[in-house]
Design a protein around this ligand. Sequence first.
Ligand code: SF4
Ligand code: SF4
Length: 472
Amino acid sequence: MYNINSLKAEEFICDKEIQDTLLYAEKNKNNTALIKEILLKASKEKGLSHREASVLLACNDVSVQNEIFALAKKIKEHYYGKRIVMFAPLYLSNYCVNGCVYCPYHRGNNGTVRRKLTQEEIRREVIALENIGHKRLAIEAGEDPVNNPIEYILESIKTIYSVHHKNGDIRRVNVNIAATTVENYRKLHDAGIGTYILFQETYHKESYKKLHPTGPKSDYAYHTEAMDRAMEGGIDDVGLGVLFGLERYAYEFAGLLMHAEHLEAVHGVGPHTISVPRIRPAEGIDTDSFSNGIDDDTFAKICALIRISVPYTGMIISTRESQSVRERVLSLGVSQISGGSRTTVGGYDSQEFEDDGSEQFDINDRRTLDEVVKWLMELGFIPSFCTACYRKGRTGDRFMSLCKSGQIGNCCHPNALMTLMEYLEDYASDDTKAVGMKLVEKELINIPSERIRKLAEEHIEKIKAGSRDFRF
Ligand code: SF4
Ligand code: SF4
């Protein structure tokens, strides 16, 4: 029985409710009056329910589709302005005891080179990341209680925060590790993590069981209820995601929104981010065996619908996607992208590990961070290295209030410009710096409050003179 407030996976992600939603969407996909009503609701920028959003997803009318894209662009612009937050993944260890059939790190894959970074190697990786300008990381590790116990993850976080190289520091460490206990989530919270990210992979329980035949991750309920335990452990910011391509996308889309609705209903705060990975080729994985792949048009529609359904939730796209796909979805709602990524263990510090068989998936967008930053600016976006909210304690509902208050222009916008200026001063190539300086100058005048604008201008001058780390 569907119960949004239940803490049981099968009740808040109720299969019957998803099936009913898909039937409802199919029945109403040409219901012009209803679609008009849903679009009107979406235009108020307060979000849509999973049922409403599913009707729009099912509707193939081109004019409706265009309206969805236009709305997504408007909402993106309203809540996020032109900012795109930059981050990089950092792979700590690819030892894993799980049997996820779509991932090359699964236990049975003898073709993968297994590696776990020592604290000294982590330090070197962090220096390499700081040297190119990153301030925000997402650490990744397989599940392995012997090789990667929680103590290893905690020690690694401490190491990462302790490295200050030249003007570089990592100011926010997001964590993507397996579902764990409330006690361990509390430890992660106390270690000062940013967002806890855990992809559901698929919300379809039967498929989930087939895709995760062995290991602790095979427990669907334990995995699906992880975000509730994380929040119980004090982590306010959690990141959801499904791996598109494993199951039918309409099913996943409804499940994803139901999960977001559940978190909001129970904890008073929805997901901080939603990631939209699509399955990618990898060593030892036959991606042709997954028949639910989605084309670029459907992918763009999903991104746009997530944006209008959960306007306050950040959306993340990785280098799994090509430059052209990333470009398309940036204006439709994506607010965070990775750049200059390596998906190998130890790949930032040493070229030796770049193609050594320890990577999790093929990278599509192989440009450097500098190239990505320049490209974003030329498209009119402001690459942001801001981590201010987390460091000012604006997490969870406090972060959401900032979003809802409309103060983004007086907060995120100047923060983006100041952190971009740090990047330009410390790491950018001459060409990128030239483009960036003009952009910062042009965008400073778009800070609505005169007081904040003046302060931001002062801070920027100080950054040029060598000071660092200003924030609103
Ligand atoms: Fe392990 Fe995660 Fe890969 Fe599954 S997806 S095999 S849990 S690293
Ligand atoms: Fe994100 Fe907060 Fe910085 Fe705005 S001020 S960009 S919400 S971290």
